[in-house]
Design a protein around this ligand. Structure first.
Ligand code: LLP
Length: 416
């Protein structure tokens, strides 16, 4: 169900009218739908009901405490990639036994903090990291539960910046070196081998690459068991795509159907690390039109959200639908325009050469599908305070992160 729909001529998030919301909290504003969050989490739970599993939400996609708390209360675990994300996950109430720690460059301090918290599993990405983790764990008199992130060398057919499962990528341990690495791990006193991990990329819109990768991982698990390495957990990563424009990503059920036969045969607990497919379509960026500008060559719509708020168009040339909050605009004239922000860079655009309903100064626009990799990738470039974040639940909303102030901008700095 679309939790961002028109009611009485106005775009709403669930039952909250976005015009009134913008008047209350200002713009730019990130607005999330709690129902949408819980719906996508629930879709994973239903799709994988046939096997023991934990959905470890990849909190890098949206790490707001309000969002995390809602997901944690609904049973989600967390996939973290830094000490900061560990802190956020724990603060939001994610049980440590549902936290897994991924990432190619974990520091000793981060490893120690995660060991002390008692997390479920470390996804180790290199043999050097394995040795450091072993050492840190022994110093603490602990044993670190470990999976090796294996790079299955399949082509996920996605944007090169977010493809991770190819041999040429920096992620994971090459498939044909995995056995040797597992043998080393099995001999380390500070490490307990419990799982195998993979993650092949993000915004995948086909099931075949997932199927191929899981097949490779499943055969590795069998070989490891023959060598008495007991694998109890298989982490299949995240990466399921969402619809931004015309993509037709597999449904949760289709995704599960392709993977479940190989996984259930293994008799393991399946871990999933979805990020985008949980939050992406559960959030929008609400922005107001500041000015209109016609250069003769081009129409520009200047809005109050910029690349510092949502960097995806500038960084990946990504496409986000723009919806006018006032539905009447859809019945009016169309125009072709660049929708740009106030930042002093030509790369500061939310849409280029876009056919959209003509807008006027003061109009509100919703930048759709902005719940994932939106706020988390925002910055203070051009000394712009970061946007407010709001979580809507039915007819009510909560400010889950207040808009930054100018004081916040200089906090921690020293003027000499
Ligand atoms: N697990 C690992 C180890 C990852 O590296 C990622 C994403 C995920 C899980 C979650 O993937 P998802 O389900 O969200 O596709 N900033 C980019 C996306 C970067 C993804 C990085 N890794 C974007 O805005 O498209």
């Amino acid at each position: 169900m679309d939790h961002f729909a028109y009611r009485n001529g106005e775009l709403c998030c669930e039952r909250v009218a976005l015009g009134a919301l913008a008047a209350d909290v200002g713009t730019p504003a990130y607005v999330y739908s709690k129902a949408a969050l819980l719906e996508s989490l629930g879709a994973y739970a239903r799709a994988f009901a046939a096997v023991p599993h934990v959905v470890c939400y990849a909190i890098k996609a949206n790490a707001n405490l309000g969002v995390l708390g809602a997901l944690a209360r609904a049973g989600a675990g967390a996939d973290i990639v830094s000490g900061g994300e560990l802190y956020r996950a724990l603060r939001a109430g994610v049980p440590p036994r549902k936290i897994i720690f991924s990432g190619v460059g974990k520091t000793r301090e981060e490893l120690r903090a995660a060991l002390e918290a008692g997390i479920l599993m470390f996804n180790v990405e290199s043999r050097s990291e394995l040795r450091v983790l072993d050492q840190v764990a022994r110093e603490l008199g602990a044993r670190a539960p470990v999976a090796l992130r294996v790079n299955p060398d399949v082509d996920p057919e996605t944007h090169p910046y977010i493809a991770t499962g190819l041999r040429a990528s920096k992620f994971g341990i090459p498939y044909d070196e995995a056995l040797e690495a597992y043998e080393e791990a099995a001999g380390l006193e500070g490490v307990e081998v419990v799982g195998v991990d993979m993650h092949i990329g993000s915004q995948l819109t086909k099931t075949a690459p997932f199927g191929d990768a899981v097949a490779r991982v499943a055969s590795l698990v069998k070989v490891l068991r023959e060598r008495s390495v007991d694998i109890r957990l298989v982490d299949i990563g995240g990466g399921l795509g969402i619809r931004y424009r015309e993509e037709a990503p597999p449904t949760h059920a289709q995704y599960a159907t392709v993977l479940l036969p190989a996984l259930s045969e293994l008799g393991v607990t399946v871990l999933l690390e979805p990020g985008r497919s949980i939050v992406g379509n559960a959030g929008i960026l609400l922005t107001r039109v500041l000015y209109r500008k016609d250069t003769g060559e081009k129409q520009f719509v200047v809005v109050d959200a910029a690349m510092n708020d949502l960097i995806r168009p500038a960084l990946y040339d990504s496409w986000h639908e723009l919806r006018p909050v006032d539905q009447a605009r859809l019945a009016g004239p169309m125009e072709k325009a660049d929708v740009v922000g106030p930042v002093c860079e030509s790369g500061d655009f939310l849409a280029k050469d876009r056919e959209l309903a003509a807008t006027e100064e003061g109009d509100l626009l919703a930048v759709m599908s902005a719940g994932a990799y939106g706020f988390v990738m925002s910055s203070n470039y051009n000394a712009r305070p970061r946007a407010v974040e709001v979580l809507v639940d039915g007819g009510r909303y909560t400010i889950v992160r207040r808009r930054e102030t100018y004081e916040d901008l200089v906090a921690g700095e020293t003027a000499l």
